[in-house]
Every structure is written in structure tokens, then in C-alpha cells.
Design a protein around this ligand. Sequence first.
Ligand SMILES: [Zn+2]
Length: 186
Amino acid sequence: MRVVVSQLPAVGVPVRVGADVPWAAHAVAGALEQPAGLAFHFDLRVDAAAGGARVHGDGEVAHDATCDRCGAPVRCTLGGAVDLLYVPDPGSDAESRDASGSAAAGERALSGDQLDVGFLEAGGILELGAALAEQVVLWAPMRILCTDEGVRPSSGAGCAPRPPAPGDAGPAPGRTRPFAGLRLPE
Ligand SMILES: [Zn+2]
């Protein structure tokens, strides 16, 4: 769902979405690499702020996964407050996207304690699906352990402390950065 920031009403726009909303489901599933048993809801408001838009409220996302330590099936629940700020990209009108450099500078200049700053698309467009995906990635742990808060073993039995097996060097290759290959929807 695309929001033209210059057309936001003064009172803002409420955005309440769950897995029954296709654009939201597509965004959240993509951010978590198509997990099984995905359920979520977001209760957000989009307000004009700082020349751009602020997306704030709260949300919760749950999905099935396996513990990265013991392999037990688990139900993983993520969520909490949402507070994302999107501002016009100072370095581009369309093409020049030196994303990492300008993003770092922008965050230093603008960020509050809990505020994450991103850039609007050309033309002052906020892509709400991309915002949901970004929030989910911010919440997602680097690895899922059944002892973590918000992770519940499906079978009731979780990680038992056990001596590390020889060659048990932590998460399998490729699991340490599960979102390294993530590309947000354009
Ligand atoms: Zn475990």
C-alpha cells in the first residue's frame, strides 16, 4: 500500500492490518522468509512529520520455526512498539541511491532513542509494505532459541542444557545472518 505523504490528512491515517490483508501478508512473510503458521496484526497510524511520515503504534507477529540450538519445533512471537520515521531522501530524486552512506548520516542527524529513520521513495511515496517488513526485520532475532523470551516449544520440551558436541560450533552456516539476503519490496 502506497501513501503519498503530501496528501496525508492532518489527523493522520489509521492502518490496522492482519494476515488477511494481501499486501501486508506479502510483506511480512517475505521479511521472515515465508515462515509456516504466520499470524500477525499491526495497529498503526501514519502521520505527517519532519517533512515526511511517521509510522507508529504497535504490532505482533507469530510464526512456527525450529530452535537453532536443539531443533525443537517452536512458536516464535515478536512484537512491541513501532516507531518509524521516513523522510525525503536528500541524495536522490530517483537514481542516485548511495543508501548506506546517506542513511548513516541521516540516522545520526535525526534519530531519537527508539526512532528508526528511513527514506521515502521518489515523489514522496511511503510504501507501507516495506515499512512493515523493515519493522519485522528489526524485531527478528539473529537466531531463535527455545529459551528466548517469546519463543515457546510447540511440544512443551525445549532446550535441555547439554554439553556441546564436538564440532558443535553454534548456528549452522547461513543461519547467523538470516536476513542478509533480504531485499525489501521496491
Ligand atoms: Zn532449543
